[in-house]
Write a protein that binds this ligand. Sequence first.
Ligand SMILES: *Cc1c(COP(=O)(O)O)cnc(C)c1O
Length: 375
Amino acid sequence: MKRFDFSSLAVPGVQQLKPYTPGKPIAELEREYGVRDSIKLASNENPLGASPLALEAIREGLEDLWLYPDANGFELKQALAGKHDVEPDCITLGNGSNDVLVFLAQVFLQPGLEAVFSQYCFAVYPIACQMVGATMRVAPALAADSGMPLGHDLRALYQCVGPETRMVFIANPNNPTGTWLDGRRLKDFVGSLPPHTICVIDEAYTEYADSERLGNAASWLGEFPNLVVTRTFSKAYGLAGLRVGYALSNPGLADLLNRVRPAFNVNSLALAAARAALEDAAFIDRSRQVNAEGMAQLRSGFEALGLSVIPSAANFLLVGFDRDAGTINEELLRAGIIVRPVANYGLPRHLRITIGRPEQNRRLLEALDRILETP
Ligand SMILES: *Cc1c(COP(=O)(O)O)cnc(C)c1O
């Protein structure tokens, strides 16, 4: 069909918007490169697959697919309320936590208002803010030679906060760096914000992290009405394809988020699977264990190859090369290995690599060894 350019009709925020760059799907790689048996270490999915209890719940839920889902997600919210020791009206369910990040921007931001985030933050924050025409203030990250290279700098973030700042986005641990903030320092930061500035703490990888060090922001909700914590079932619970995440907040704030939430944004299988996954402590334990071992295996493997590795509290590592990483990525694709280039984050010499199962990690290290031999 003849293409017609509608961009001048789009609202200003959309005119300049560049869509999110996702990890390459396995089927696409195999179609384009004619390779087989490929592995994907690109999107921080759980290499063990989905929680078995969640899969069982999905099988049981299939019969009811003709019915609309419970628009209020009653049972899942009950379970989440119990887990986090909050009332169910503190919860906003999302089609992935990406969904609730967009609700936050829609409800609280518009042209003339500001959002603050760090350099090397999760790409969805600027997309959500730009879409609604908010002004974005980007705090410089910690230096590459600091104790937490490329990590969030709370002092720099605080300096970006002004009278028009409605929102600060912080992922702990952060994606794509894997870096983290100390829980006590983060809590002090939230407490230092003015009441009209909402602090969104994105805990997508919290199940992998050491809660002693990073803290549990959900337990601070009673103290800070301007705190929002987001969580997801996409990472440790292994349900990325199902799309379910949520925000925890003060009920007054959740009420506003739920006004813009499409009524049936979380499907019935996702509601049932997420609820079952919450009970699957054994799966989370095993996932943490496999991740810790894989982290050690990859870290020492990368270091043996002379690569620089950023400290990570998540299920991936950001690896630095002494040259542009684009060609290395291309060679890995040819070898049937999908990792994540991060040039779009301003990191052209890095690759973000999800920690896989031991044999996947070994295959990646062997491929990298081969690729790096040829200058
Ligand atoms: C993966 C990820 C999410 C989760 O996205 P979903 O929409 O829940 O799949 C949120 N925040 C960060 C920082 C992530 O890396």
